[in-house]
Ligand binder design. Structure first.
Ligand code: FAD
Length: 431
C-alpha cells in the first residue's frame, strides 16, 4: 500500500465517517502513524443526504475529501480501499488494493441498509445511505415527474406520482416532508401540467407513532406537521413486498401502486469478516465492545460508532446509531490510545446525550433535550444551526447556508437536475 515503515505505532482506522474522522483529528501531532482506509475518498454528512435526493443541496455541500481532513497530520496516510478481511493473529488487514499491518486497529465502518430478509424490497426498492444513492433517488423522482407529464394511461400517471416511503424514523420523516414541500413550492412553477393534488406521499411505519425514538410530544408534533403538509401516514403497518410497482402491506386493504418506493426502515452493522465469533453480536451485526471500545476478545482492536455495541445500565441496548456516539467515541478513543502507549489505565467511555432533533419542513422541526421538548420555527432554526455547525468544511457551511437562505426567500430548490439518469438501467450503488 506504499505506506512507509515508521518507528511510531501504527493505528489503522477503517472508515472515514463521523467516528473515524473524529479519532483521526484527535491523533494529529500525537506519536502515532495513522492510516485511514475508506472505500470512498470522501466523508459523507449523512444527515443531509435527504436534501441531496430532494434537490435542496448539491452533493459537494455534504461531502468532504478525506485527504483534506488529514492534511494537517504529517504522520497520516489515506488509502482508498475496501477492507475485505482481518487476520487478527498476523495483525493484518486485507483490502482490494493489498494488505497492511497494524499495531492498533479501529473499526469505524458504520452501518448498512437492513432489509430484514425481504428480497423483493432489496431487489426493487430504492434507499439512501450514500451520495451516489441520494443522486439516484433525485434522478428517479425528477424522471418520474418528467414521465408523468406525458403519460397517457391514468393508472401509470398515478403510479409515477405516488411516492411511498417505508420507515418513519428521522430519514423517512425528513424525506417525506421535503417531498411534500417540493410538491407545494416547486411543482406548480416547474410542471404546470401536473396538478399538485395528483401527487401523493405515503409514509408507512410499523410502530404506532412517527419518530419512534423521540418523545411522545415530539412524535405528535412531527405527525401534525407532516399532516399539515399533506403527507398520508399509515401507522402500525408493515411492508410485505414490493414487486411490479406494487407495495403490499400486512393490511390486505392497503397497497400502493408506485414507481418510487423508498426503503428507510432500518440499518444493521457493516461488519468485516475475520474476527473471533464472540466479537460480533449476530442479531445486530455489530461488534460487542467494552467501555474502552475494545472488541470482545481483543486488546488492540477497537470499534467505534454505529458498528460498536456498548451496553450500560443507561443504554442496555447500546447507544443510538446516530452521529454523536460515533464522534464522542472517536475523541475518547484517541485519549485511550495515548494512555495505552503511556502505560496508563484506560478510561471508560460515558456518552453525553446532547438530545435529538428532526426537521419536517420549512419552519417545522422537533427537538428533544434532556428536560425540554419543543417544536416549530425555533426548533427549525436550532436544527439548521446544529447541522451547519457539524458540517465538515468551511466552504460546505457557507454554500449550504447560502442555499438554505436562497430557498427560504424564493421557495425554490437549487439542484433539480437529472445529471445521471437512473430509471433506464436502475443500476444501484452499494452501501
Ligand atoms: C439518511 C441518513 C440520515 C441520518 N440522519 C441523522 C441525523 O439527522 N442525526 C444523526 O445524529 N445521525 C443521523 N444518521 C446516522 C449517522 O449518520 C450515523 O450514526 C453516523 O454516520 C455513524 O458514524 P460512523 O462513523 O459509525 O459511520 P459512518 O459515518 O457511516 O462512516 C462509515 C465509513 O466507513 C466506510 N466503510 C464501510 N465499510 C467499509 C469497508 N469494508 N472498507 C472501507 N471503508 C468502509 C464508509 O464508506 C464510511 O465512510 C443518519 C444516517 C443516514 C443514513
Amino acid at each position: 500500500m506504499n505506506v512507509p515503515i515508521s518507528e511510531l505505532p501504527r493505528v489503522v482506522i477503517i472508515g472515514g465517517g463521523f467516528g473515524g474522522v473524529s479519532l483521526a483529528r484527535k491523533l494529529e501531532k500525537k506519536p502515532f502513524q495513522v492510516v485511514m482506509l475508506d472505500k470512498r475518498n470522501y466523508h459523507t454528512f449523512q444527515p443531509l443526504l435527504y436534501q441531496v435526493s430532494t434537490s435542496g443541496l448539491e452533493p459537494d455541500s455534504i461531502a468532504y475529501p478525506i485527504r483534506k481532513i488529514l492534511k494537517r497530520n504529517n504522520n497520516a496516510y489515506f488509502r482508498m480501499a475496501e477492507v475485505k478481511n482481518i487476520y487478527d493473529k498476523k495483525r493484518v488487514v486485507e483490502t482490494n488494493i493489498g494488505e497492511i499491518t497494524y499495531d492498533y486497529l479501529v473499526i469505524a465502518t458504520g452501518s448498512k441498509t437492513n432489509f430484514f430478509g425481504n428480497k423483493s424490497v432489496e431487489e426493487n426498492a430504492i434507499w439512501m445511505k450514500t451520495v451516489p444513492q441520494a443522486l439516484n433517488l433525485r434522478s428517479l423522482i425528477l424522471e418520474n415527474f418528467e414521465e408523468a407529464t406525458i403519460a397517457k394511461d391514468p393508472e401509470r400517471r398515478k403510479s409515477l406520482l405516488n411516492f411511498v416511503i417505508a420507515g418513519a424514523g428521522p430519514t423517512g420523516v425528513e424525506l417525506s416532508g421535503a417531498l411534500a414541500e417540493l410538491r407545494r413550492n416547486v411543482i406548480p412553477k416547474d410542471y404546470q401540467d401536473i396538478d399538485p393534488e395528483e401527487i401523493h406521499i405515503h409514509l408507512i411505519e410499523g410502530l404506532d407513532k412517527v419518530l419512534p425514538p423521540m418523545s411522545d410530544e415530539s412524535s405528535a408534533n412531527a405527525q401534525k406537521y407532516l399532516e399539515e403538509l399533506g403527507v398520508e401516514i399509515h401507522l402500525n403497518t408493515f411492508v410485505d413486498s414490493y414487486e411490479d410497482n406494487i407495495v403490499k402491506t400486512n393490511n390486505e386493504d392497503l397497497s400502493f401502486n408506485t414507481e418510487t418506493f423508498i426503503w428507510s426502515a432500518g440499518v444493521t452493522g457493516a461488519a468485516i469478516d475475520g474476527l473471533k465469533n464472540e466479537a460480533l453480536i449476530d442479531k445486530a451485526n455489530r461488534y460487542n465492545v467494552n467501555t474502552f471500545n475494545q472488541i470482545e476478545g481483543y486488546e488492540n482492536i477497537f470499534a467505534i460508532g454505529d458498528i460498536a455495541l456498548m451496553t450500560s445500565e443507561e443504554f442496555p441496548k447500546g447507544h443510538p446509531m446516530v452521529a454523536q456516539p460515533a464522534i464522542q467515541q472517536g475523541k475518547h478513543l484517541a485519549k485511550n490510545l495515548l494512555r495505552t502507549i503511556n502505560k496508563q489505565k484506560l478510561l471508560p467511555f460515558e456518552y453525553l446525550d446532547k438530545g435529538t432533533m428532526a426537521t419536517v419542513g420549512r419552519n417545522k422541526a422537533v427537538v428533544d433535550l434532556d428536560n425540554v421538548k419543543f417544536g416549530g420555527a425555533f426548533a427549525w432554526f436550532v436544527w439548521m444551526f446544529v447541522h451547519l455547525w457539524f458540517l465538515v468544511g468551511f466552504r460546505n457551511r457557507i454554500v449550504t447556508f447560502f442555499n438554505w437562505t436562497y430557498s427560504y426567500i424564493n421557495y425554490d430548490r437549487a439542484a433539480r437536475l437529472i445529471v445521471r439518469p437512473f430509471k433506464a438501467n436502475k443500476e444501484k450503488s452499494p452501501d
